[in-house]
Design a protein around this ligand. Structure first.
Ligand SMILES: *Cc1c(COP(=O)(O)O)cnc(C)c1O
Length: 394
């Protein structure tokens, strides 16, 4: 079976068929190539593969057919030339930085990114002489002011976690390019279904496949997507350093991608209903969801995204005590820091995902004691409301 040309097909078709090659057995689903290495027909073929004169697999730290199918499918969905799969979302960010940057370089990072990403820049990459400046995601003057002659890369996530702030990707891509920098977008919350950063000028898209791409809470994985030239360096780093994706995980993510479009649609529909309902509850002080007219960047979200996502955050009256009481009284929501699952999850950011921040930093960034983050799953909305209602009146 020849691979389909993704350019000829719509996104739903690409999600279920891009990158697939069938073996002579005619299997309908993709094979899991559980092999660490590959056999050559003779010494000359081995030499040709190692010299790069003949395409083909050598060793699964370099390439693996199941992993390649996942890479090609995700690249086809994001509209990127090439994708490299990694062992986790964090190793996708690490590999991008170590492959494309060197000591003495400087990066500007949204301070509203995933907590471990901040730790990666501050505690790990800083040891190798990489300098970083953190700016408010939506303060464009601050982004521009932070750029120095040695700045190479701007890094952001939109919508942000947990307050769902939205940054104008096009505007930041133009700013990056005007200064000879790359724009890297962590597209974990939206997935290519809701947001296409390459069409807005981004150079690299990062994924934690652990979240919506799997969508069923089974595996850890990540990916870097981008142009062939940049990705060649990321691939070379990965091949040498080794944080590659396992074929089993790649297969699980392929199964995840097959339902990505219908899942994201359902996540968005459910989250919209929950957000609108929460906004009407007297015990709720504020709701953060880009699909609400009250969201400060609702217009930008409507222009930049084709849906508002599955993450809804809100503040309950009564601070941390009230928030914990609500969390503890739910029966359906899973109390876990993970998100992007078919099962709805509930998190208290101030004491979990954002506990490393000082009280002052939390106040400054809006991570208050009463703030609760929901990742809305695929359960019946009526059941989710009933669960939250009992919590709100607890
Ligand atoms: C979870 C997450 C990561 C890290 O991914 P892992 O797969 O856990 O390593 C990076 N960025 C965002 C936005 C995330 O939510």
């Amino acid at each position: 079976m020849a691979k389909i040309d993704p350019k000829l097909y719509g996104p739903n078709t690409r999600a279920v068929r891009a990158g697939q090659v069938r073996s002579a057995e005619g299997e309908h689903s993709e094979l899991i190539f559980a092999t660490s290495s590959y056999v050559f027909q003779n010494a000359a073929e081995a030499a040709a593969r190692f010299a790069g004169d003949k395409p083909g697999n050598i060793y699964s730290r370099f390439t693996n057919p199941t992993v390649r199918t996942f890479e090609e499918r995700l690249a086809a969905l994001e509209g990127g030339e090439r994708c490299v799969a990694t062992s986790s979302g964090m190793s996708a960010i690490l590999s991008t930085c170590l492959a494309l940057l060197k000591g003495g370089d400087h990066v500007v990072v949204s301070r509203n990114v995933f907590g471990t990403t901040v730790v990666l820049f501050n505690n790990v990459l800083s040891k190798f002489g990489l300098k970083s400046t953190f700016v408010d995601l939506t303060d464009y003057a601050a982004w521009e002011a932070a750029i120095r002659p040695e700045t190479r890369l701007l890094f952001l996530e939109t919508p942000s976690n947990p307050l769902t702030e939205i940054a104008d990707i096009k505007r930041l891509a133009d700013l990056a390019h005007a200064h000879g920098c790359l724009l890297v977008v962590d597209n974990c919350f939206c997935t290519p279904v809701l947001q296409q950063p390459f069409s807005l000028g981004a150079d690299i898209v990062i994924h934690s496949a652990t979240k919506y791409l799997d969508g069923q809470g089974r595996c850890i994985g990540g990916a870097v997507v981008g142009g062939t030239k940049l990705l060649e360096d990321v691939f070379a780093f990965l091949r040498t350093a080794g944080p590659t994706m396992s074929p089993f995980n790649a297969w699980v993510f392929l199964k995840g991608l097959e339902t990505l479009y219908i899942r994201m649609q359902a996540h968005c529909e459910n989250a919209q209903q929950i957000a609108e309902w929460l906004e009407q509850q007297p015990q709720v002080e504020k709701v953060y969801y880009p699909g609400l007219k009250s969201h400060p960047q609702h217009k930008l979200a409507s222009k930049q995204q084709s849906g508002y996502g599955g993450i809804v955050s809100f503040v309950v009256k009564g601070g941390q005590q009230a928030a914990w009481r609500l969390i503890d009284s739910t029966r359906l929501f899973s109390i876990t820091a993970n998100l992007g699952d078919t099962r709805s999850t509930i998190t208290h950011p101030a004491t979990t995902t954002h506990h490393r921040l000082t009280a002052e930093q939390r106040a400054e960034t809006g991570i208050t004691g009463g703030l609760i983050r929901l990742s809305i799953g695929l359960e019946d909305v009526a059941d989710l409301k009933a669960d939250l209602r009992s919590g709100l009146s607890a």
